[in-house]
Design a protein around this ligand. Structure first.
Ligand SMILES: [Fe+2]
Length: 406
């Protein structure tokens, strides 16, 4: 997975450099009029320097240079800010040009038009940065959903699962905001608490921070997790053993049977593809994960990456919980577009199996609670999801449809 990520970065480098040179050309020929001298020249210099950032990023991913979080973040922020400015600039340029064509009959280029377009680009960027700051200070939202399943044993009805994902402890969140998340989770007092990976971000010592802040929060029936790519990138093949001390049961291609009255829920944890090559037992092994399943059990599967849902897991698991995408951190929930939709079929939210024979088998992709790359979210507020399981077929549920999502 990491190798694929590096390959994607390498292949996009050429396009990225073209993009930077194009913008540098605009800056040189049309220095932003709203900046007093010598800022435009300085900006152009910074801009050209920033074009070296992807080279650093790629070399650090290859292990030739140390990974510096602030440089990684600078790269992502630079891409984000210039992209938004350019979008505003080009949209304004097009709109002004169209206006000129319609009302004065000519598609005139001119300094004034460039200045106006630059102002619109800068204003758009300033507005979005203000919104991002506002979003950053808000508490995460609690998404409460009741799901109805025909296969659920009566005693399991009413069971609550708190789904948290992608905390990325240590990355862009102070202990104060992490403590607020922990208190919110504690107040929800779930029967089952699950983490679907990326509890930590990039340093081994973050395991201690996770343990200290979240280790005391328990689901009444159980507290379980699967590893994500960041655990493997940071801790390697020892990730499961190191995370064991955090008070959470890590499921790596295995399952756990939880009992409530006479009802039972089988929690299956499938390991992350980032574990492949990290040692014995690491990486996804569906056969191993499902070996203890008994017929008729209600199955909740945990995976970090939602792509693992497709295939046999979709057929076996009544409910699959995942994360990884962060909802792209930028954009809206369906039917709106978000950045994750460019990369993932299952980007954010609830999905029902497309196979008619598996109607009612549900995947939930959490948009997560943390940050990766840039410390902001736009329209993708951090979230935790409280799912209540109910048996389908109650008269009160008749209006909710076969998948039973409310
Ligand atoms: Fe993540």
């Amino acid at each position: 997975m990491r190798q694929r990520f590096v390959r994607i970065l390498w292949s996009s480098l050429f396009l990225y450099e073209l993009f930077c040179l194009f913008l540098a050309g605009i800056l040189r020929d049309h220095p932003p009029h709203f900046l007093p001298a010598p800022l435009p020249g300085l900006l152009e210099g910074v801009f050209l320097l920033a074009t070296l950032l992807p080279v650093y990023l790629l070399l650090s991913f290859r292990g030739f240079l140390p990974r510096r979080r602030f440089l990684n973040a600078t790269f992502f922020f630079f891409y984000f800010a210039t992209g938004i400015f350019l979008a505003g600039f080009l949209a304004a340029e097009g709109a002004i040009g169209l206006h000129n064509l319609l009302f004065s009959g000519s598609f005139i280029q001119g300094t004034r038009r460039w200045n106006e377009a630059e102002s619109v680009g800068a204003l758009l960027l300033a507005c979005l940065l203000a919104i991002a700051l506002f979003e950053r200070l808000r508490p995460p939202r609690v998404l409460a959903r009741t799901l109805f399943f025909p296969s659920i044993p009566p005693d399991i009805g009413g069971t609550t699962i708190l789904h948290m994902s992608d905390l990325h402890v240590g990355s862009w969140q102070g202990e104060k905001s992490l403590g607020r998340i922990a208190r919110m989770a504690q107040a929800l007092s779930p029967d089952i608490l699950v983490y679907t990976g990326d509890m930590i971000d990039h340093r081994p010592e973050e395991v201690l921070i996770f343990s200290r802040i979240f280790g005391g929060i328990r689901g009444r029936l159980g507290t379980v997790a699967v590893l994500g790519n960041h655990e493997y990138w940071t801790l390697g093949g020892e990730a499961r053993e190191i995370m064991k001390g955090s008070g959470v049961t890590i499921l790596r291609n295995e399952s756990l049977l939880l009992r409530k009255g006479r009802g039972m829920i089988r929690i299956v944890g499938v390991d992350d593809p980032a574990g492949e090559g990290e040692g014995p037992g690491c990486g996804p092994d569906l056969g191993q994960s499902l070996r203890d399943l008994q017929p008729g059990e209600f199955v909740v599967a945990l995976v970090h990456q939602p792509t693992l849902w497709e295939g046999k897991l979709m057929a076996v698991a009544d409910l699959t919980l995942s994360g990884h995408t962060h909802g792209g951190q930028i954009g809206g929930r369906r039917p709106l577009w978000n950045l994750a939709r460019a990369f993932f079929r299952y980007d954010a939210g609830f999905f029902e199996s497309p196979d008619p024979a598996l109607r009612g088998h549900v995947l939930h992709v959490s948009t997560g609670l943390g940050y990766y790359g840039i410390p902001v979210r736009l329209g993708m507020t951090p979230e935790m999801t409280l799912i209540t399981l109910r048996p389908a077929g109650n008269p009160a549920d008749s209006s909710r449809g076969p998948s039973g999502q409310s």
